[in-house]
Design a protein around this ligand. Structure first.
Ligand code: GLY
Length: 423
């Protein structure tokens, strides 16, 4: 079959690599893709937000299945456009992708259906928000309601910081219309765990767990990023935690979406906080995590096409989802200065070291092909993943492999997976 993947990051490269392992896939396209993806798939120069053009491409090239990797097109309704044209597509429709597209929607859903999360209030005007903040305990979390490239969550240590956050989100419109509404949440403490789940509208199957490192600098310091590295599985996600989440969080979320007439078909990313009072939902996303996909998909034993088709056909309960009994660590190689200012166009050397290696992956995020050479083209450049018999071995191998490639201004965190030493 012919498959089209929509997106251009490390997550989409991980999806493409999984498709390459499938016995059912003959040809892979990726729109728009990136420099590294172009070695594994035919890249198509169509932007992920050009829904009509993408659907026309799928129609004209007899694409059997399109997989949407990114949040923006999903929240914007790309799946609805494909379905209206009778095209097979994997991802939630617009009315279900709202679970990521609106933080107030997801918080209200959790409240209505008793899904564990922290206390919160929703505000549509800065005056009301500022009034509410008077006398609140700090730290407190302020979130822009809509999509904000992963930057719309601000943790405020005191009233002054909170007032500044409301000003920049609601008045200065730092995140555009995404900040017309804000959610103010209680601050939760504990371990963060990401669990990506396959969903067919009625059934939900969680994948193996992962943990992201969102801050730019070692020791969880610096600005929030899209993610500087991941490891899988999380040793903190015990069988007891998993049972609790399956009973109180995953299935209730899918049931709640169905009850609201918003059947969720696709990947539900549940961001969990393992608090002293038990697991609670931090956030939902409507797609694979990035860089969570880069440690979860390499460990999946099933043919990804079988699982995706079961999601679309509503027969996910027939799937026995299996992961290898090992571990994976992904270290992101970024351009120094990310996530604020960074240079592009630097040649990347040493990529051939990953060829023919089974335990190592070099997922491309911000790269492009320039005169036959791969050069940097974004803040997050590469995701270096290694598999090992356990997390300690995977971590050592991943860090060893980060030395195989070089480019000017290469930057990485040095403590990805360090938390595993405390488990
Ligand atoms: N790694 C976090 C995300 O994909 O949103």
């Amino acid at each position: 079959m012919k498959v089209l993947v929509v997106g251009s990051g490390g997550r989409e490269h991980a999806i493409v690599k999984s498709l390459k392992k499938s016995t059912k896939v003959d040809k892979i396209y990726c729109a728009p893709g990136n420099g590294g993806i172009s070695y594994d798939a035919e890249c198509v120069e169509i932007n992920a937000m050009e829904f009509e053009k993408l659907a026309d491409f799928a129609q004209n090239n007899s694409i059997d299945l399109t997989i949407i990797g990114m949040d923006d097109p999903l929240v914007g309704g790309i799946v609805d456009v494909f379905e209206e044209k009778g095209l097979k597509v994997f991802g939630p429709r617009k009315n279900a992708a709202i679970i990521e597209g609106s933080k107030s929607f997801s918080k209200d859903l959790m409240k209505k259906y008793n899904i564990p999360t922290c206390g919160y209030e929703v505000f549509h005007s800065p005056e009301e928000a500022l009034m509410y903040l008077e006398g609140k305990e700090f730290p407190i979390v302020i979130k822009a309601d809509g999509l904000a490239l992963g930057k719309g969550v601000l943790i405020c240590q005191d009233l002054t910081e909170a007032e500044k956050a409301i000003g920049s989100i609601m008045l200065d419109k730092q995140f555009g219309d995404a900040g017309n509404t804000v959610v103010i949440e209680d601050f939760m403490t504990g371990r963060e765990v990401s669990v990506l789940c396959f969903c067919d509208g009625s059934h939900i199957i969680p994948m193996t767990s992962a943990q992201d490192h969102k801050r730019a600098l070692d020791g969880d310091k610096g600005l929030n990023t899209g993610g500087m590295g991941t490891f899988s599985p999380s040793p903190f996600y015990t069988p007891e935690v998993q049972s609790f989440c399956e009973e109180k969080i995953y299935q209730p979320t899918i049931d709640a979406m169905k009850a609201e007439g918003r059947d969720f078909i696709g990947i539900l990313f549940v961001g969990l906080m393992l608090t002293p009072d038990g697991p609670k939902v931090l956030e939902y996303n409507c797609r694979f995590g990035d860089p969570e996909a880069q440690v979860v998909l390499p460990r999946m034993k099933n043919d990804i096409i079988d699982v995706i088709e079961a999601c679309i056909e509503g027969s996910l309960d027939k799937i026995d989802l299996k992961f290898t009994d090992n571990a994976a660590v992904c270290v992101v190689l970024a351009s120094d200065g990310y996530p604020v200012n960074y240079e592009k166009g630097k040649e990347i050397k040493g990529l051939e070291a990953f060829e023919e290696k089974t335990d190592y992956y070099c997922f491309h995020a911000g790269t492009k092909l320039n005169d036959g050479k791969i050069v940097t083209n974004g803040g997050r450049v590469l995701g270096i993943t290694a598999l090992g018999s356990d997390l300690t071995e995977a971590r050592k191998k991943a860090y060893d492999a980060t030395e195989w490639v070089s480019f000017d201004n290469k930057y990485m965190r040095h403590d990805i997976g360090k938390a595993i030493d405390e488990a």
